[in-house]
Design a protein around this ligand. Structure first.
Ligand SMILES: C[S@@+](CC[C@H](N)C(=O)[O-])C[C@H]1O[C@@H](n2cnc3c(N)ncnc32)[C@H](O)[C@@H]1O
Length: 332
C-alpha cells in the first residue's frame, strides 16, 4: 500500500528572481535546487533499486550499526529524512532492514519521485514534504529513522537530531550515512575543480570538439554549482557529529567513516562524466569506473582504515538510540 500526504506541488523551473532570492535563503535554495534535479537525479547519481544499490544501502547500515542489531531485523516502521528519490530507505526496505516507511523531504519534487519509485517497487511506503528541523510526526512514532547525504544541508543539525530522537520510540535507532568529512570534502572539491577546468579547457582543442558539451549546458552546470554552494552548509569532524547526537539526547552513539582513495578517484570521475556529452563515455568506461571504485573501497576498508585517521575518509556516518526500552522490539 502506498499513499501520499497532501504536499505542495514541485517547482522544477525556478525563475531568475527565485534563484536570486535563494542565494540568501538556504531553505528556498534546497527546494529550488532539488525540485530542479528531482526527475534526473537517479540518472545523474547512477541510483537504482536493484541488487547493486540494495547491497550498497545495506552495506552502509551494517558498517554503522552493531552486529547484534543486524541479527534482529527488520524494524517495523521507518522514516527517511531528506529522502531525495528514496535511494536509502527504499533500498533498505528491500534489503530487509525495515517493513514499511515514510519518505520525507523539503523538496516536493523529490517526495513525488521517491513515492513513485516506492510505488513502482510495490513497497509499503507513504511520502510527505517535511523539514528535518520540525518533523511533522507525533512523539514516539518510528522504530528507525534514516538519512543519506542530508545532515550537511540542514542549518541546525543538533535541532534536527533532537527532532529525530523525539519521533523515535524508546529504544528506536537512527542512522545517517553519506555525510562529508571536513578533510575529505577539501580534497574532493579540489580534485573536482581541477578535473572540471582540465576537461572543459582541453575539449576546446579543435580535434576534441566532439568531446565538448555545448556552452549553454556548461553554463547551466556552473549555475547549478553556484546554487550547490548555497545548499551545502556543513562538513563534519566525526567527533563533533558524535557530540551533537549525544547533546540531542541519543545514547549508544557511534560514528564510522569510509572512502579514502575511492573518493579521490570517484569525485574526479563523476566531474569528468558531467563535463563531457552524456553517453560519450559508454559502457566500458562505466565498468572501469565502478570496478576501480569498488577495488579502491576494498583497499580503504582493509588497508587504509588501519593507518589513516577516521576524519580523513570522505564519508562519515552516525548512529544512536533513543533511551528507554523498545516499545515494539525489532523482529516482532
Ligand atoms: C544530497 S540530497 C540526498 C538525497 C538522498 N537522500 C540520496 O542520498 O540520494 C539531499 C536531500 O536533502 C533534502 N533536504 C535539504 N534540506 C532539508 C531539510 N531541512 N529537511 C528535509 N530535507 C532536506 C534535499 O531536498 C535533498 O533531496
Amino acid at each position: 500500500m502506498t499513499s501520499t500526504h497532501e504536499s505542495p506541488a514541485p517547482n522544477p523551473h525556478a525563475t531568475a528572481e527565485q534563484v536570486e532570492a535563494a542565494m540568501k535563503d538556504s531553505k528556498l535554495a534546497q527546494v529550488l535546487y532539488h525540485d530542479w534535479e528531482a526527475e534526473s537525479y537517479d540518472d545523474k547519481w547512477s541510483i537504482s533499486y536493484d541488487q547493486r544499490c540494495v547491497d550498497y544501502a545495506r552495506g552502509r547500515f551494517d558498517a554503522a550499526v552493531p552486529e547484534e542489531v543486524q541479527r534482529e531485523l527488520p524494524y517495523d516502521r521507518a522514516l527517511e529524512l531528506g529522502c531525495g528519490t528514496g535511494f536509502f530507505l527504499l533500498n533498505l526496505i528491500q534489503a530487509g532492514v525495515a517493513r514499511r516507511g515514510s519518505v520525507t523531504d523539503l523538496s516536493p519534487g523529490m517526495v513525488k519521485v521517491a513515492t513513485r519509485n516506492g510505488q513502482g517497487l510495490g513497497l509499503d511506503i507513504d511520502g510527505r514534504v517535511a523539514d528535518a528541523e520540525g518533523i511533522p510526526y507525533e512523539d514516539n512514532t518510528f522504530d528507525l529513522v534514516v538519512g543519506h547525504a542530508v545532515l550537511h544541508h540542514i542549518p541546525d543539525v543538533e535541532l534536527s537530531l533532537r527532532e529525530v530522537v523525539r519521533v523515535l520510540k524508546p529504544g528506536g535507532r537512527f542512522i545517517f550515512a553519506g555525510e562529508p568529512t571536513t578533510v575529505g570534502n577539501r580534497y574532493a572539491r579540489e580534485l573536482s575543480t581541477l578535473t572540471w577546468h582540465a576537461a572543459t579547457n582541453i575539449t576546446k582543442l579543435p580535434f576534441l570538439r566532439d568531446w565538448r558539451r555545448p556552452q549553454t549546458e556548461l553554463d547551466e552546470s556552473s549555475r547549478a554549482a553556484a546554487l550547490e554552494a548555497v545548499v551545502d552548509l556543513h562538513t563534519f569532524d566525526p567527533a563533533d557529529l558524535e557530540r551533537m547526537a549525544t547533546n540531542a539526547g541519543a545514547v549508544e552513539v557511534r560514528t564510522a567513516s569510509e572512502e579514502f582513495t575511492a573518493a579521490m578517484l570517484g569525485w574526479p570521475v563523476r566531474t569528468f562524466e558531467a563535463a563531457v556529452p552524456p553517453g560519450k563515455l559508454g559502457w566500458g568506461w562505466a565498468k572501469f569506473a565502478f570496478g576501480s571504485w569498488t577495488s579502491l573501497s576494498w583497499v580503504d576498508a582493509n588497508v587504509w582504515r588501519r593507518v589513516v585517521p577516521k576524519g580523513w575518509f570522505y564519508n562519515v556516518m552516525v548512529t544512536g538510540v533513543k533511551p528507554g526500552s523498545a516499545a515494539e522490539p525489532a523482529g516482532t
